[in-house]
Design a protein around this ligand. Structure first.
Ligand code: NAP
Length: 274
């Protein structure tokens, strides 16, 4: 248990910080007594003290002094402003993990020149139920801290190391934004069922169970390629085959790929503004 002696700080205590803190405590990876937080508005600090049992500090400078491991958990547009006044308080012993979406490693390095151990982290919203896909990339200096990084992120879900650049962006699009894309598809299912007579409640549950059923089946047989699994539910000239044929004629895959590429372009555009 490498985290036992760590002092973990969260600069910003919004949704993602709270999800990570909860996962760290619930999983037993860290204790509330090892965690300190700051936040711009007071209300969330009170909530963090009362509901998560963590310590709160009056300002970000104190957080940097108090902790050796710091999660940067403010919105990307607030990050530069939050870090600039305190950048010189960081030292080479700090391990800094940035959650800011679309904020490249290069920009982090420029903002925190004293910190060799920088990590870029991209979780997705199922972090709140500890079923996230969490990507991370490491600065050269952070390679030595990789075990600690994995231990910090493991309570959130499935942790994947990515190279900065194309891999990180692909994960951002397909997993970070992916939750939103899958929820879009689920709405098509639900609406179609409702149009054919089911109540909203029933249609929602049927949709969720269909997605969950397929996903869990795939999860339980990791050695079976998805296509083989699909082949098993398709009989020649049957109902599923007719639907799939139409999906292929309509080039659903091409439409989805196009949307992924658009999302990736937006990610590049946002990164260029940091
Ligand atoms: N939520 C997700 O699913 C998700 C997924 C992937 C990545 N992320 C990343 O995680 C980060 C946090 O997102 P979030 O959804 O948790 O946002 P959020 O709920 O808005 O939390 C951000 C918090 O930072 C606080 N804050 C802003 N400036 C501050 C400063 N200078 N000092 C201290 N606290 C400050 C805000 O305070 P007040 O608003 O109370 O004033 C707010 O509570 C973002 O960079 C986002 O890109 C989030």
């Amino acid at each position: 248990m490498m985290l036992k002696h760590k002092k973990i700080g969260f600069l910003g205590c919004g949704n993602m910080a709270q999800a990570i803190i909860q996962a760290l405590i619930e999983s037993g990876a860290a204790q509330a007594s090892q965690i300190w937080v700051t936040n711009r508005s007071e209300g969330k600090l009170l909530k963090a003290r009362q509901e998560l049992g963590v310590q709160t500090l009056a300002n970000n400078e104190e957080l940097i002094d108090q902790c050796d491991t710091i999660f940067l958990a403010v919105k990307p547009q607030d990050l530069t402003e939050a870090l600039e006044p305190i950048a010189s308080s960081f030292h080479e012993g700090h391990l800094v993990l940035s959650l800011a979406a679309g904020f490249p490693m290069e920009s982090l390095e420029a903002l925190l020149p004293n910190v060799p151990m920088l990590v870029r982290v991209m979780p997705n919203t199922p972090a709140s139920i500890r079923r996230a896909v969490v990507g991370y990339s490491l600065s050269t200096g952070a390679q030595v801290a990789e075990n600690s990084v994995r231990e910090l992120l493991a309570p959130l879900g499935y942790v994947v190391r990515c190279e900065e650049g194309e891999e990180f962006q692909a994960l951002t699009v397909s997993c970070g934004s992916g939750t939103g894309f899958v929820l879009e598809l689920m709405q098509y299912w639900q609406e179609w069922l409702e149009e054919h007579g089911f109540s909203a409640e029933s249609a929602r549950k049927m949709t969720v169970e269909t997605f969950l059923g397929a996903a869990l089946m795939a999860e339980r047989q990791p050695q079976v390629p998805l296509q083989d699994m699909q082949d098993k539910v398709v009989s020649k000239k049957g109902v599923t085959a007719a639907g799939l044929q139409s999906m292929r004629e309509l080039e659903i895959e091409r439409a989805l790929r196009y949307s992924f590429e658009k999302a990736a372009l937006r990610d590049t555009e946002l990164a260029s503004r940091t």
